[in-house]
Ligand binder design. Structure first.
Ligand SMILES: [Cu+2]
Length: 138
């Protein structure tokens, strides 16, 4: 019953497939300025599925307005800390803040009164578990 092929096709051996213009429309989306949150939540999880970084802060980069609050929540029973460091590269306690979240559901909250960029990390997982809080004007 495959008659159509003969009727409509015409014999064009080796006809090149219609060139589909490869559109590289991976243009960066314009980032619409969003109002800065006054309160942000960061989850501590060890269900990352990444062997290199089995635990992580999610998200690991947040912005909050001056005077705003960041709340960290431990999503599982792993012992974590939220420890400020002067440098994201050299992870050493800076003394600005330090929270211990040693069980599921435990939280730690910091209010950021001053504009700036605040790096922090988890002491037991310092090699791969770190984050940034950006405190920006409203
Ligand atoms: Cu940790």
């Amino acid at each position: 019953m495959l008659v159509l092929a003969g009727l409509t096709g015409g014999c064009s051996p080796g006809a090149p497939p219609a060139a589909t213009p490869e559109q590289t429309t991976t243009a960066s989306q314009p980032t619409t300025p969003q109002p800065v949150a006054r309160q942000v939540e960061v989850r501590l999880t060890c269900a990352t599925g990444d062997d290199e970084a089995p635990c992580a802060f999610r998200p690991d980069d947040v912005s909050v307005s001056v005077g705003g609050v960041v709340r960290w929540v431990n999503d599982d029973a792993t012992f974590h800390t939220v420890t400020s460091t002067a440098s994201p590269q050299v992870r050493r306690p800076s003394g600005r803040f330090h929270g211990v979240l040693d069980r599921t559901g435990e939280t730690f909250t910091v209010r950021f009164a001053e504009e700036g960029t605040y790096a922090y990390y988890c002491q037991p997982h310092a090699e791969f578990m770190a984050g940034i809080v950006r405190v920006v004007p409203e």
